[in-house]
Design a protein around this ligand. Structure first.
Ligand SMILES: [Zn+2]
Ligand SMILES: [Zn+2]
Length: 188
């Protein structure tokens, strides 16, 4: 639990209710940094952790929501909404965009996916068992890729400081050039 949440919600009581993520927030992410699962088995384990997490907090983990997260992971953990819509339509046939957006909204609301607001990109959280809303997302200005940077020691205090200052920070986006684009741009 981010220690300042209670103090903040007390001092800001009445402004608006605490978002659900604050209520299901857990201790700073334990264990070593993780990466996006890439094998079928790893994706299966990730989905299983997401299911357990949702059921643990009493929200429904439907086949559609699972499929949405699976498609995102199969795209390397980062994709635009329209790409995921195309994937879903390829898989299930005609699917209304609203169906996909609702499933994405659910995953974002429960901390299983981070929304990169500046690019309408969705990034699968590396921590399906420990949802959080203080992620640091690295966004490439050239190719638009977005990855979660696993360093809660860096991101959690930053979000906390911003919240103390009265800014209700939800994730931090850092723009720059990804490893691939940086190497392409550098001479020789
Ligand atoms: Zn995350
Ligand atoms: Zn790039």
């Amino acid at each position: 639990m981010i220690a300042c949440c209670d103090r903040l919600s007390a001092s800001h009581a009445g402004i608006r209710p605490a978002p659900i993520i604050d209520r299901i927030m857990v201790d700073p992410i334990p264990g070593p940094p993780r990466s996006t699962p890439s094998t079928k088995a790893a994706i299966g384990r990730h989905l299983e952790a997401a299911r357990r997490r949702c059921e643990g907090v009493g929200v429904q983990w439907t086949p559609l929501r699972a499929e949405m997260l699976r498609l995102l992971l199969q795209r390397g953990g980062s994709a635009k909404a329209y790409e995921l819509l195309a994937d879903m339509q390829a898989k299930l046939g005609k699917t209304a965009p609203m169906t996909v957006y609702r499933a994405l909204d659910f995953l974002v609301a429960h901390g299983l996916v981070h929304r990169v607001a500046s690019g309408s990109t969705f990034v699968a959280c590396h921590h399906p068992d420990a949802p959080h809303d203080d992620a640091m997302i690295l966004v490439c200005d050239l190719c638009g890729s977005a990855v979660e940077c696993d360093d809660a020691a860096l991101s959690a205090p930053l979000v906390r400081t911003l919240r103390k200052a009265g800014f209700d920070a939800r994730n931090v986006e850092i723009r720059g050039r990804c490893e691939h684009c940086r190497d392409e741009a550098s001479p020789g």
